[in-house]
Design a protein around this ligand. Structure first.
Ligand SMILES: [Zn+2]
Length: 259
């Protein structure tokens, strides 16, 4: 790691000149300075953070090499994509800063950066994979969807122990459904308006099922995000063809042939 220290161009002055410029730029407000380096704790491990576009971001490579070192690059990549987490690629200057901060080896040529919140979700999906987030006992999320006539129910995280667990109790008929099934379950009420459900994509409940209260407190909406991230990795490939077969036939309009 220390074997090629002189290979880096502009190693002499990069530590002071860019910073003085940024001081001037950010003097006007309390905003985070661009490329400001600090350290944050993730699962008790110190991780380097860098301010990019006004947002503190963590080095995915460092997280992969520490907290997630037991998982392969592909596993981490696939999980990240499944969780809908987008990496911001750092510039050569930022890469250099990260190397100097010890976030990554000198040999690394690129590094994706994710927000702390995303890093927590990613790590949780590996390290705390099947344990629901800490919630009060008997806690339920008040959730709604607007597919077809829409419905509303209580999502009970304590019951959500597999992707097909019947963990949602419909508020109208008190029956229990798995998330995948619940978005195809609706009740016609005087206020409800019909929305044509999209294709029978059985992983799409995460898009359609929302907290009924759009102004839920942060801890509730974060817990909801965490719950939605559960069982989201490997289940996608498996559930599409199997789960889709029984429902897609009833949903797709069957045009009678001839007469
Ligand atoms: Zn119902």
């Amino acid at each position: 790691m220390e074997s090629i220290p002189n290979q880096l161009p502009a190693g002499r002055d990069s530590s002071c000149s860019p910073n003085s410029k940024q001081d001037l730029q950010s003097y006007s407000g309390p905003t985070l300075k661009p490329n400001q380096v600090s350290e944050t704790s993730l699962y008790g491990i110190p991780i380097v953070s860098l301010v990019i576009d006004g947002q503190e971001r963590l080095c995915l490579a460092q997280i992969s090499n520490t907290l997630l070192k037991n998982y392969s690059y592909n596993e981490i990549h696939n999980r990240r994509v499944a969780l809908g987490i987008t990496c911001v690629q750092c510039t050569p200057v930022q890469l250099e800063i990260l190397r100097r901060a010890g976030a990554m080896p000198i040999s690394s040529r690129r590094c994706g950066m994710i927000t702390k919140r995303e890093a927590e979700r990613l790590c949780k999906s590996f390290l705390g994979a099947h344990s629901p987030p800490k919630l009060p006992e008997n806690f339920a999320f008040d959730v709604s969807h607007e597919c077809a006539w829409g419905s509303r129910g209580n999502f009970i995280p304590a019951r959500y122990n597999s992707s097909r667990a019947k963990c949602i109790k419909c508020s109208f008929c008190n029956m229990y459904f798995s998330p995948n099934k619940f978005i195809f379950h609706s009740h016609r009420t005087p206020e409800s308006k019909y929305t044509q459900p999209d294709a029978a994509n059985f992983n799409s409940w995460r898009r359609h099922l929302k907290l009924t209260d759009k102004n839920s407190p942060d801890d509730v909406s974060h817990a909801w995000e965490d719950v939605k991230a559960m069982f989201n990795g490997g289940s996608r490939k498996r559930t599409l063809p199997i789960g889709g077969s029984d429902r897609s036939s009833s949903l797709s309009t069957q045009v009678p042939r001839g007469q």
